[in-house]
Design a protein around this ligand. Sequence first.
Ligand code: FES
Length: 250
Amino acid sequence: MSEHFMLDGAAVAFAPGQTVMQAAHAAGHYIPHLCWSPELAPHGSCRLCTVSIGGQLAAACTTPAAAGLEVESRSAELTERRRALLQLLFVEGNHFCPACEKSGNCTLQATAYEMGMLAPHFDHFFPDRQVDASHPDVLIDFNRCILCELCVRASRDLDGKDVFAVAGRGLQSHLLVNGASGRLADTAFSASDRAAGICPVGAIVRKRVGFAQPIGHREYDRHRIGDAPGEAAGEAAGEAPRDPTWSTAR
Ligand code: FES
């Protein structure tokens, strides 16, 4: 048998160089994540993927897989931690799902449902950031950006354009458009770029198609995020059910 580690009691095989997240994803196990994409190098910034490895907390997306690891990704404590991170993200930006065209296709929203988050808990920041509608096909609402940098990395590493960057520190951190004017229309950005379709929230959206797919028929209206094809396939195939705290309403 190839080398493996244990994830929530199940053996997960891995190839040399893979992270815990990569191996888990390849094996059909869902570990919550926002800033990770199988197409990009890990960023390790959102911490949604925090797991317990031998009793120590670690980011699954940046931790190398190793034989013999005992990884726990589902527990009441981890769910509580993830819910708190999500609540912080929800109040830091303008994430008002009923008014957002990304509702039902939003990874942040779907993950919040998965973690049983029903209220933001903290006080809203109500940021007042610019909206960039300059591009003919794509709109950026900076108020919804969660600074996952998926667009930054996709534009740089997949599109070869380097259209986006994150500037500032702490609460002043913000996404910006590279270019003299700072406007998307004045870059080489295209609606067919990978960076145009990788935003996990409603910060980068295509124009004129916002409600082409009706509410109720969208990706996460049809299935839970952990049950997406290639995500929790193991559970669908008859593995032990999720930790009962996984979707405990709070
Ligand atoms: Fe691992 Fe964001 S997915 S830190």
